[in-house]
Design a protein around this ligand. Structure first.
Ligand SMILES: [Zn+2]
Length: 446
């Protein structure tokens, strides 16, 4: 890639850089120059002295890597964190989450949830999240204000089956035109699931995606009941049914993908369908384990995801990768998903799964300067023999010292630079008191 010599805005220097580029280059005493939000150059230079005319981030003794990628979230519902736990999926959804969402679903709830989620993600090193929720215009606006890159998928669930497709798509038209003004936001379609929409509307969704070249983000094969129901009703598996309506010809990313046959796995691999592995949510709700090792062997790119905080209950990818890698060792045998492979899934492979690898996922000239600086001096990081093993098995979100998206520092020395953290937390606590009262009221009403 050529690097035009434009004015340098900032420089990150002195660290060891894990680039996650195609050769997996690791550069010591690295200097990363940033111009107009993009990486202009990366090189190694001992005793580097930065110019005092540019913003200088002294990262000596630290580790720098691409910002982490969260492939599946519902940030608008972050205020429901921990409201109902230790329940089977059906009770959790029908008795708690759906009734609360019906009462609380509005722009204000989604904006504050997004703000709180962005705060947590900036602190834990996430620079891109792939979201799916209602009132996604509020998510797009808030994420852009907070400075976090996001793919915002407007969710649709066809509850009554009587919605007019023309009205649904009119709403989508205005959503996609509204979010164009946000530099860090990419729009997507997020039909909830195979069972959440009629067959007719699914066909129209795929046509709309084709017409506007949009990515489709959906939940896929999350439970056995879902797959059994589709097979009984339509005589084919969800993967086959989606093939019959042309979904796999579109840019697609599917969350969960737990209940798959070997034929499904090789099909998804051949089509290079992006899959999101959400181990904590899947295990917490008792749904099962995504066949990550087999899907990767078949050719599907995989991203880690946290899912929403109501089913996890955090957005911390360091916890996710540690847990998720060990679960795969249990399922397939130790060493089948080594730490390096999991770090790929958090970065460049995750970006591929989300169709964003042209822009993010590795630190290379010409890509966006979305990166994190990790302080590796805490006791749990010492001694440090292998970068990838540290990142997967011992790193903690508290190691993230600085977070940068598109060349803008969002956190420096653990201090938030673009938002009032205390105000967000105080407001979330106030809402929490009201949500708890509302949940009790709804339960008492039965
Ligand atoms: Zn989900």
């Amino acid at each position: 890639m050529t690097s035009e010599k434009k004015k340098i805005d900032s420089v990150v220097w002195g660290a060891t850089v894990i680039t996650m580029d195609a050769s997996l280059n690791v550069i010591s005493d690295a200097v990363i120059t940033i111009s107009n939000g993009k990486i202009q150059s990366i090189f190694s230079q001992k005793d580097f002295t930065p110019s005092n005319r540019v913003e200088s981030i002294d990262a000596r003794g630290c580790l720098v890597m691409p910002g982490l990628i969260n492939g599946h979230t519902h940030v608008g519902m972050t205020l429901l964190r921990g409201i109902a736990d230790d329940l089977p999926l059906h009770d959790w959804l029908r008795k708690h989450i759906f009734p609360l969402e019906r009462k609380l679903g509005n722009q204000e709830f989604v904006s504050l949830g997004t703000r709180l989620a962005c705060l947590e993600m900036i602190r834990s090193g996430t620079t891109l999240f792939n979201d799916m929720y209602y009132f996604e215009e509020a998510t797009a606006k808030t994420a852009n204000e907070m400075g976090v890159r996001s793919i915002c998928g407007q969710t649709y669930v066809e509850i009554s089956g009587v919605e007019k497709a023309s009205e649904v798509f009119k709403k989508f038209d205005s959503f996609f035109s509204e979010i164009q003004k946000y530099k860090l936001i990419t729009g997507a379609l997020a039909p909830h699931s195979i069972y959440g929409l009629s067959e007719k509307l699914w066909i129209e969704m795929v046509a709309y995606a084709r017409q506007h070249d949009l990515m489709i983000h959906t939940h896929l094969c999350e439970t056995k009941e879902e797959v059994d129901r589709i097979k009984a009703e339509r005589g084919v598996s969800p993967i086959e049914w989606f093939d019959s309506i042309g979904l796999w010809e579109r840019k697609t990313v599917c969350a969960h993908a737990i209940e798959l046959t070997s034929a499904d796995i090789s099909f998804l691999g051949k089509r290079k369908v992006g899959i999101v592995y959400n181990p904590e949510s899947n295990l917490k709700l008792g749904n099962g384990i995504c066949p990550v090792v087999e899907l990767r062997a078949a050719g599907a790119p995989i991203s880690f995801g946290t899912d929403g905080t109501a089913s996890n209950n955090n957005l911390d990818l360091f916890r996710e990768v540690d847990f998720g890698t060990k679960i795969q060792a249990f399922k397939y045998g130790v060493g089948k998903l080594p730490a390096l492979e999991s770090v790929k899934m958090l970065t460049i492979e995750g970006a591929k799964a989300l169709h964003m690898d042209h822009l993010v996922g590795s630190l290379e000239e010409g890509k966006s300067a979305d990166l994190i600086v990790l302080d590796i001096s805490a006791p749990h990081a010492v001694p440090l023999y292998d970068w990838y093993s540290y990142l997967v098995y011992s790193a903690s979100q508290s190691d993230v010292r600085d977070t940068m998206v598109a060349g803008q520092l969002l956190m420096k020395n653990r201090q938030m630079l673009r938002c009032d953290e205390k105000m967000i937390l105080d407001e979330a606590l106030r809402w929490g008191i009201q949500i708890k009262e509302l949940n009790t009221l709804l339960q008492n009403r039965g």
